[in-house]
Ligand binder design. Structure first.
Ligand code: GAL
Length: 669
């Protein structure tokens, strides 16, 4: 297994390199990622190349036996480039040019930038493609991050217009599908179509969604250009990857991943300004997204946080145990390599307070010791653990286009896509259910339950897949606001939930957006929900049943007779509909019975204790992860004799797991 660090040799005097490499060797790492922000060193003036610093750094790393991953440096176009080609700079939605001075200050639609990128990547690939220490490449750094996903300049507008022409072929088709008759927006020439800069009110939602699709696709093309250059010069043994973030950007990771050997991910459970780490379920969801991006293929964590992070605001300092816990969580959910960010905190520049394994004074202390403990605990074991399979009985649907549609029209000041997604994901996570996050390109029949949360922007193809799946005995769970839009971001003319109404056995003739300080009140009426009550946030679908059974109703003097949660038999299968943003406890109760009925493995553990299973032909692996910073917890182990990988200790029955404790238990089959 690869375990390594992100290192910036250019930020330290050469005399220090030896000390660093020596310490890394003692730590036990085997890979180092470098160079992703080093353009001004490699090409100090246009067309003049100087690789001395990286030649020397790689040579020394190689002499210590480290493998090296090289980043292409295109996230940081140098000052000379911007001075000479200011048109490369992106433009925000107010029409303001984003200044030089930080990073990611380029638009992928600039042809000049494409050429300049091609040139530096070509030179790098020629230089290091044959180097024995270089095992692979990270293209650019976190595409689209820090608001760099959308650019609204004139160059972007022209590119958007050409993209639309390719997509729609005729203006009549575009006018028809976008409904431009509304507010007199009919376009008679392609050049009239705007990029969505500020208007007094709001743009046409169909234009906005296409703009996001366009932004994502232009990044894919830009990435493909770099990948093609690399492939021309590098041998097959060197991989190509990119480090994604999954924060609702106008990026389609799954499409981009088709051009990559595997994907990478930057795992920051806590960042600048956050007082506490995000929830275990929120971290798990990101790992599940990573695993789903290439349909189950393992991925690298190219940046795994090792210390408190931040620019002008500094976030929570991970406590002793967090590093190991987050590393184990990542591997258990599909990561095949872990690279810690960063080796040492920089003394200058924007990221002075992005702490690393070492802090500013460069002395190895507790974080160094903790990484060492992780490496020791994994040695001789990690490869077999990684080679085992993460098996999932449940699928969660997620499509970035649906997320963009929600960003365009969040409906309520209480709606936040990830928060609402987690409303339906977290209860399954808390039951330790194994789940994959999928798109519409998977065979649903391999899953016992498919959860389709906040399915606002629908796709006909996926609707049909869902219908077949349920007819053949599958179980689907929908939430509020299902079936509203078609792929053009146009509202259906069928009664909601539109194309899915029949399979749900319901109609939603009326609904309500619940803003701050408004809530619904939902009472369970049947089955496991009987006697349970919950407040609901964000949304209420006031449901009338056609063939479905009512599981819960609203307590409301006006909508008293309307259903809030329903269950319908459709073909051989079952469809649930949760019409309001009810509390986790109610969803969890419902899932418990759904999972039981469908034969999905789930297990109760104390809150914040996460179990993740992996299987090989002869062994079962169980990661036990206590995310609780304050309390130890007792859990009941699944039947059998379990042994811990790192200590060889045996356990059965009950197990006490200390606060922030993490362990991997193994059982023979
Ligand atoms: C990541 C980025 C790194 C560094 C880090 C700071 O998003 O890829 O270059 O900025 O955050 O925490």
């Amino acid at each position: 297994m690869y375990i390594g660090v992100d290192y910036y040799p250019e930020q330290w005097p050469r005399e220090r390199w030896e000390t660093d490499l020596q310490m890394m060797k003692e730590l036990g790492i085997n890979v180092i990622r470098i160079a992703e922000f080093g353009w001004s060193l490699m090409e100090p003036e246009e067309g003049t190349f100087d690789f001395t610093l990286y030649d020397e750094a790689i040579k020394r790393m190689h002499s210590y036996g480290f493998d090296v991953v090289l980043g292409t440096p295109t996230a940081t176009p140098p000052a000379w480039l911007i001075e000479k080609y200011p048109e490369v700079l992106p433009v925000d939605d107010h029409g303001h040019v984003i200044s030089f001075g930080a990073r990611r200050h380029y638009t992928v639609n600039s042809e000049v930038y494409q050429l300049l990128s091609k040139r530096i990547v070509t030179e790098m690939a020629k230089r290091y493609g044959q180097h024995p220490a270089v095992i692979g490449w990270q293209v650019d750094n976190e595409y689209g991050h820090e608001k760099s996903d959308r650019s609204y300049g004139d160059i972007d507008q022209t590119a958007f217009q050409s993209w639309l022409k390719e997509k729609y072929d005729s203006l009549d088709a575009l006018n028809e599908r976008w409904g431009t008759v509304f507010w007199s927006q009919t376009y008679t020439r392609w050049s009239q179509i705007p990029v969505p800069r500020k208007v007094y009110q709001e743009h046409n939602p169909s234009l906005l969604l296409d703009f996001d699709r366009f932004c994502a696709e232009m990044y894919n093309r830009y990435n493909r250009m770099q990948v093609e250059v690399l492939r021309t010069f590098i041998p097959e043994r060197q991989f190509i990857t990119h480090n994604f973030v999954y924060t609702g950007l106008a990026q389609d990771q799954k499409e981009m991943a088709k051009d990559l050997d595997f994907i990478s991910f930057d795992n920051y459970p806590v960042w600048g300004g956050l007082a506490d780490p995000i929830s275990p379920a929120a971290i798990a969801r990101q790992h599940d997204l990573c695993r789903g991006t290439k349909n189950g293929k393992g991925y690298w964590v190219m940046e795994e946080l090792s210390g408190a992070q931040g620019w002008s605001q500094i976030g929570y300092n991970p406590r002793p145990g967090h590093l190991k816990l987050w590393t184990y969580q990542a591997i258990s959910r599909g990561a095949e390599a872990i690279v810690y960010f960063r080796w040492r905190a920089a003394r200058y520049g924007t990221e002075q307070f992005c702490h690393g394994i070492l802090d500013h004074d460069g002395k190895p202390r507790r974080k160094y010791d903790e990484v060492k403990e992780v490496i020791d605990s994994l040695s001789g074991f990690a490869d077999e653990w990684i080679a085992s399979d993460y098996k999932a009985d449940v699928a969660f649907y997620h499509d970035p286009e649906n997320e963009w549609a929600w960003q365009i029209q969040p409906h309520s000041d209480q709606f936040e896509y990830v928060k609402e997604y987690l409303r339906f994901y977290e209860p399954a996570h808390s039951l330790n259910t194994q789940a994959n996050i999928i798109r519409d390109d998977e065979d649903l029949s391999r899953y016992k339950v498919v959860v389709v949360p906040i399915y606002f922007l629908t796709k006909k193809r996926f609707n049909d897949q869902l219908k077949d799946y349920v007819k053949n005995g599958g179980t689907v769970v929908f939430s509020y606001r299902t079936g509203v839009k078609d792929e053009d971001n146009v509202v259906t003319e069928e009664t909601l939930p539109g194309d899915l109404a029949e399979m749900c056995g319901i109609e939603v003739p009326e609904y309500e957006s619940l803003r701050a300080d408004k809530s619904s009140h939902v009472n369970g009426q049947a089955g496991v929900l009987e006697g349970l009550s919950s407040d609901g946030e964000v949304w209420s679908d006031y449901i009338e049943t056609t063939t479905a059974d009512v599981l819960a109703t609203y307590e409301d003097s006006w909508f008293q007779d309307k259903a809030a949660i329903t269950k319908n038999n459709y073909g051989q299968g079952t469809v649930y509909y949760i019409g309001s943003g009810v509390e986790s406890a109610m969803i969890r109760k419902l899932y418990t019975s759904i999972f039981q009925e469908a034969g999905v493995r789930s297990s109760e553990t104390p809150e914040k204790v996460e179990l993740v299973w992996r299987e090989s032909s002869d062994q079962t692996y169980l990661a036990v992860l206590n995310h609780d910073v304050e309390e130890s917890h007792k859990i009941s182990l699944p039947e059998g004799e379990w042994s811990e990988n790192s200590t060889g200790n045996s356990y059965s029955g009950e197990l006490m797991i200390p606060r922030l404790g993490s362990m991997v238990l193994v059982k023979q089959k």
